[in-house]
Structure formats: structure tokens, C-alpha cells
Design a binder for this molecule. Sequence first.
Ligand code: IPE
Ligand code: IPE
Ligand code: MG
Length: 244
Amino acid sequence: MAIISHIPQHVAIIMDGNGRWAKERSLSRLEGHRAGTENIRRVIDTFVRYGVKYLTLYAFSTENWSRPKSEVSGLFRLLGEVIKRESQALHERGVHIRHLGTMNGLSPRLVHQVQQAIELTSNNTSITLSLAFNYGGRAEIIGAVRRIAAAGIAPEKIDENIFSDYLYTNGLPDPDLIIRTGGELRLSNFLLWQAAYSEYYATPTYWPDFNEVDIENALMAYSQRQRRFGGLRPDQKFQGSVPD
Ligand code: IPE
Ligand code: IPE
Ligand code: MG
């Protein structure tokens, strides 16, 4: 393990590149997705070892419904298999599983599998694993607005804290680091509100190949960043005179 000076509390990953990984090997896209799901446990274990307390994985966006029906159903089947196969092992490692997104359009079987995994692991504290699927950042914001309106909260009472309480991520700290595999430089509707001050790291590595070395590189890059949140660097703070 590499020595990293600043470990992010919350890492969120856009797991992209399964299709291109498969294409390079003349495999079907679904075989790429299968290889991608097989990588999930390895990645969780590595982040647990580095002491990351919150890990969020983007697995299926609201826009991914526009893919061919067979790919969509295959993706959800794989997701169900992973949740069923891994939840006991994750539970034994103290992983607390959450879901970010809605259950709209999902099969009752998958909904049941997800609810079971959430219930089983609800008291665990070693790491919080949030699975973002059937997730869209804009849909999340609209949902929050609707729930706030339905709760009858007075407009002047609405502030950033209250708004955050109505998002799927209620109770989670904002991501410190957002990693995207597969080389694209975009958010693709991921955590739009929460990403306001996140650090970004993109790697050309396709998700099924994303391994411990890539994780170390991402953590090392993060630890060298200077986060300012709109303020000044400590060494700039007392330079020059401030007009009255
Ligand atoms: C990421 O891989 C998984 C999902 C978006 C569901 P892709 O399927 O987007 O892979 P590429 O981008 O086509 O390589
Ligand atoms: C982003 O990947 C969504 C997930 C990884 C779940 P996409 O492959 O859907 O993103 P775009 O279409 O390239 O923006
Ligand atoms: Mg993609």
C-alpha cells in the first residue's frame, strides 16, 4: 500500500468503459458489464484498506434506459446477482449498503433484493457503500423540490442544509473525490448538487481493469490538490493590504 497524506472521506466513482473493454476483446457488451461487476468487490476492499469511509458507485443512470432493451435487462439482472451474491460477504466486512435513485421501473425481485441488502447491513459502520442506480442528478433535485413542497415547508425556511436533507444522499457528506474511468471528462448527471466542491480525477482505464494501482494514483493525485472552497490558500491570506 502506498503512503497517502490526505485520504478523502468520500469517494464517488463513475464506473465507465465496460462496453469498450468488451469491444477490444471481441466480447459482447454484456460480457463487459459482467467483468465490470466482478471488479466491484476488489475495488471496495482496496478503499476499505485505505480508510475511506464513504464509497459511492454509479452503476446505472436514468439516461441509460435509452440503451437497447436487452442491455438494460441484462444490466439489472447482473446488478441483482451481485447484490444477492455479495451482500453477505459485504455484511461480514461491516459494509453499510445504501441505494441512491428510485425504484421506478425496476422488477419487484430486484427491489426486494436491494431492500434485503439494505436491511441486513443497516447497522454496519466500517464503510458506507452507496449504489447509485436508476439515478439521475436532475431527477434527484426535482424529487427534493417536490418533497419539500409536499411537506409544506415555508420558502424562507429552505436553505442548503434543509435542501440536502431531501436528496437521496441525506446524511452522506459531499464527495471529496469523484473518479471517472473510461476517459470521458463529464459528470453524466451524477451528484450534480453534491459535486459542487469535489475534486475530479479521470483515468483512461476501463472499469473492468481499474485496479489497486489506479486507485493509488487517484488517491495520490487527490492528496496533492489544494482545496480552497472559494477562499484563499493559507500562504496567500495575509499578503497585501485590505482596503477598509
Ligand atoms: C459503464 O459502461 C456502465 C454503464 C453505463 C451502465 P458503458 O456501458 O457505458 O461502457 P462504454 O462507455 O460503452 O465503454
Ligand atoms: C455514465 O456512463 C453512467 C454510468 C457509469 C452509470 P455513460 O456511459 O452512461 O455516460 P455517457 O453517455 O458517456 O455520458
Ligand atoms: Mg459509457
